[in-house]
Write a protein that binds this ligand. Structure first.
Ligand code: FAD
Length: 386
């Protein structure tokens, strides 16, 4: 069982158990096939919704479970241990679009969009990145122009997780004008639905890992968006996106820890079973030390994540903690899965054994929601900001 920094409450243990049992029954038997076929199983949304897992941190008044961040992350790790693709769908939905509508949406937006998302009837996505705007997201080019009681959006969003299946997408677009560019302050956030005229799903990426999570481009061609779909204040969309990524990075850290925990479990089991030179390879100190180092790094990552989650729920400034938690967990996942393949030897290099997928899934945790380089920039900047 995954260890926790502080003893979990009975409610937290119950939710952890529910997540584990669901993942074992509904996800684990299919994960390898979904990965091979790059297949997203749509029924998962309704099933996870029925458990309340698509509204974990949404207050009960908006049909969510109203849980704290730690409980959500403990459940997310359990899912990620068995399938990182399902975990990212949960992480994006719970951390980004739902939290953005909860924090900055109007009561009408909460009624129309947040409640069905919390009930798991509608899946959410987050569209900040563009083909030419990744780490430098404030350089995005998608343009919104006001036309009567609508905004007209033109542009392409890139790398949108769950993008083929999402019903509600928070998209960032420029609302400044070519004659009056305002940098990050010229960006606003909009609630987009696929039924809007001019909305098109574009290229689906053929990815190395997380293959059961559809990642797509979205094209907006003269897409007419009702004015009441503007989220919060005009010109504040980039700030909302950055503040939301403080939440998002905790989810990605939990996903990465789940991947690393799975690498540890598979490696320990294999080392006990695989014999060379007449004994199980776990008898060799070289293998023991690898297992010890993986266990230590997984525990350290989890401790930092759980500390960050409780700090968030106390209302503390989170930017540095969430960047550190994500950086440590994602580099642990990549390192641990590399070690796991070494422990498996040649069998680690083939799809017949699970660590090959874990290795492919781990890599993206060092890239999305801010690369490791960007996390280090954020952490260093925060060191000088107080
Ligand atoms: C599978 C997947 C899912 C994703 N899902 C989403 C999503 O749902 N929504 C969304 O909006 N985006 C999403 N993304 C996009 C993701 O956030 C970006 O890929 C990421 O921010 C990096 O941008 P980039 O790929 O353009 O790389 P670039 O920004 O071009 O970076 C290339 C390299 O340069 C480095 N670099 C860049 N700037 C600096 C600097 N100032 N100092 C030092 N090094 C630097 C980077 O660290 C990296 O190593 C997803 C990406 C992937 C791969």
């Amino acid at each position: 069982m995954a260890w926790a920094l502080t003893p979990l409450t009975e409610e937290q243990r119950e939710i952890q158990r529910t997540a584990r049992e669901f993942a074992l029954a509904e996800i684990a038997p299919h994960s390898a096939d979904w990965d091979r076929d790059a297949y997203f199983e749509p029924s998962l949304v309704g099933k996870l919704g029925a458990l309340g897992f698509l509204g974990m941190m949404i207050p009960e008044q908006y049909d969510g479970l109203g849980l704290d961040t730690l409980t959500y992350l403990v459940a997310l790790e359990e899912i990620a241990i068995l399938d990182a693709s399902v975990a990212v769908m949960l992480s994006v939905h719970n951390s980004l679009p739902t939290q953005m509508i909860l924090r900055w949406g109007s009561e009408k937006q909460k009624e129309c969009f947040l409640k069905p998302m919390a009930r798991g009837e509608r899946l959410g996505a987050f569209a900040l990145s563009e083909p030419e705007a990744g780490s430098d997201a404030a350089s995005l080019r998608t343009q919104a122009v006001r036309d009567g009681d609508h905004w007209v959006l033109n542009g392409t969003k890139a790398w949108v997780s769950s993008g083929t299946k999402s019903d509600i997408i928070i998209a960032m677009a420029r609302t400044d004008t070519p004659d009056d560019r305002r940098g990050a302050r010229g960006i606003s956030a909009f609630v987009i639905t696929p039924d809007l005229p001019g909305f098109h799903v574009g290229k689906k990426e053929d990815k190395m890992g997380l293959r059961a999570s559809p990642t797509v481009q979205l094209h907006f061609s003269d897409m007419r968006v009702p004015a009441d779909r503007l989220l919060g204040q005009i010109g504040s969309g980039f700030i909302y996106a950055m503040q939301s990524l403080d939440n998002g990075r905790l989810g990605i850290a939990a996903q990465a820890i789940g991947i690393a925990e799975a690498a540890l479990r598979h490696s320990a089991a294999y080392a006990a079973e695989r014999k060379q030179f007449g004994k199980p390879i776990k008898e060799f100190q070289a293998i023991q030390f690898k297992l010890a180092d993986i266990a230590m790094r997984v525990s350290a990552s989890r401790a930092l994540l759980h500390m960050s989650a409780t700090a968030k729920d106390r209302g503390e400034h989170m930017t540095q903690f969430s960047a550190m938690a994500k950086l440590q967990a994602s580099e642990t996942a990549m390192w641990a899965t590399t070690q796991a393949i070494q422990i498996f030897g040649g069998y680690g290099y083939v799809k017949e054994y699970p660590v090959e997928r874990l290795f492919r899934d781990a890599k993206v945790t060092e890239i999305y929601e801010g690369t490791s380089e960007i996390q280090r920039i954020v952490i260093a900047r925060e060191l000088y900001s107080r």
